[in-house]
Design a protein around this ligand. Structure first.
Ligand code: HPA
Length: 281
């Protein structure tokens, strides 16, 4: 549960620092999941700042991981990229990104584009495929908004993944001959992979992809008034759908193989937002 007494001053401090260092907020924030780190190389005039300088951001527990924001431009679109997210499987806490997302919203960011690595439940989306997230299933039925005061906690999730921005992404994919699936992302807490029986159940529920992130952040972002988009990179067929045993190494390896192309599409998408009146208003 979020401790507002301790989080609020951190958010105030973080927003002041972001304003001081970078001025007005970029319209677009990108959360980089596994396999998507290559997107950073597309950022021009990039300025890096570690999360340790931003008290509302998740503070890394393991050294060696890159946890930083990268502020800059892709084409004429200003952007802030977040490298490193807090996962529920690290601590059992699903509120780890609350301070970061609320700071971005208060700074003036309008859109959070989430990226992740996922297991595919659909044969037409083999490893390497990209999927635009149309909706999600919160399978564990856990909420980062538990304990939140006021009526804003009852936030509408019926169009959580922005329809206008999805249409825009699909048109761009067509233009670039980029195959882009669209479907429902199902959250599994992890860190263990799912069983084949769980995957059959998720498929029967209407899930197209499964992964261990994104859903708590989407809930937090919508509650903070941010627009949300999600892009999932399929790194493997989900449990029971291929002969291969699932390992972290396998997902990382596939993420590396297809990550560069995914990052290229992501960069083109971010650049194209500069032409969207509803984001620039
Ligand atoms: N399951 C959960 N999370 C994942 C998977 C998966 O198969 N692949 C990549 N992240």
């Amino acid at each position: 549960m979020i401790d507002h007494k301790t989080l609020e001053p951190k958010i105030v401090d973080t927003v002041a620092k972001l304003n001081q260092l970078y001025g007005a907020a970029p319209e677009v924030a990108v959360v980089l999941g596994s396999g998507w780190a290559g997107a950073v190389s597309h950022v021009e005039e990039a300025q890096h700042l570690p999360y340790t300088e931003l008290s509302a951001f998740p503070q890394p527990k393991v050294e060696g991981h890159v946890n930083e924001i990268v502020v800059g431009k892709i084409g004429s679109q200003r952007v802030v990229m977040l490298r490193g997210r807090a996962h529920t499987y690290e601590s059992g806490d699903c509120t780890g990104m609350a301070g970061a997302l609320r700071s971005l919203a208060r700074w003036g960011v309008k859109l959070v584009l989430q990226t992740n690595a996922s297991g595919s439940l659909r044969p037409h989306m083999p490893p390497g495929s990209l999927m635009l997230i149309s909706d999600h299933i919160n399978a564990p039925q856990r909420s980062p908004l538990i304990g939140e005061p006021g009526s804003s906690r009852f936030c509408d999730m019926s169009a959580a993944y922005d329809l206008e921005l999805r249409s825009h992404a699909k048109a761009l994919a067509k233009e670039r001959n980029q195959i882009l699936g669209e479907g429902v992302y199902c959250w599994a807490v992890g860190p263990q992979f799912e069983t084949p029986a769980e995957i059959r159940m998720f498929a029967a529920w209407g899930a197209d992809a499964v992964g261990m992130s994104t859903v708590p952040e989407t809930i937090l972002a919508r509650h903070a008034g941010l627009r949300v988009m999600g892009l999932a990179l399929m790194t493997n067929m989900a449990a029971g759908l291929s002969d291969e045993a699932l390992t972290h190494a396998l997902t990382l390896q596939q993420a590396q193989v297809s990550g560069e192309r995914a990052a290229g599409f992501l960069a083109a998408l971010v650049a194209s937002f500069a032409t969207l009146p509803s984001l620039q208003a």
